[in-house]
Design a binder for this molecule. Structure first.
Ligand SMILES: [Zn+2]
Length: 155
């Protein structure tokens, strides 16, 4: 679950969102929660969808079961959870035809996975997980600081 939230946080950072809070503390039905501002600019729906899928992408990478990157038709876990419902509502707001929507979803899932697979970005995921293990909740500015420092370490 920490990896799931860290995945959301790192991809949100990468697409230019401002993180508000990253939490691994269970709250009602949710096991954790990442809050961020909406992405800005032209690709915001595409970016928001990528952030939404980043939790599952991080968990799959962590478990060693990511769908093959090059096959965008590879199946993803058919789970119905909050993230997938959010994804559906984002796609509806994109005013696209339904079959086009499926293509956009696949592309954003692959994009989330590709971003998180980059060594510098995965290091940032691990650093957020460490932070959550120590504090359970990170405020947004602390999360940005951790992510920026982890990515810079590889340069
Ligand atoms: Zn999630």
């Amino acid at each position: 679950m920490k990896y799931h939230e860290a995945g959301h946080a790192v991809v949100a950072h990468l697409v230019g969102c401002t993180l508000i809070r990253v939490s691994a503390r269970p709250n009602g039905a949710e096991l954790g929660h990442t809050e961020q501002s909406r992405p800005r600019g032209r690709y915001r729906h595409f970016d928001a969808l990528t952030v939404t899928y980043a939790g599952h992408a991080a968990t799959a990478i962590r478990n060693g079961t990511p769908p093959p990157l090059l096959d965008t038709r590879a199946p993803w876990p058919q789970v119905i959870d909050g993230d997938f419902l959010v994804a559906d509502s984002i796609v509806k707001r994109m005013h696209r035809r339904i079959n086009d929507g499926e293509d956009v979803k696949r592309r954003c899932r692959v994009r989330a996975q590709r971003l998180l697979s980059m060594p510098a970005h995965w290091r940032a995921v691990e650093a957020i997980v460490t932070g959550l293990s120590e504090h359970n909740v990170l405020d947004g500015s602390e999360a940005h600081r951790i992510i920026t420092a982890s990515i810079a370490r590889g340069l």
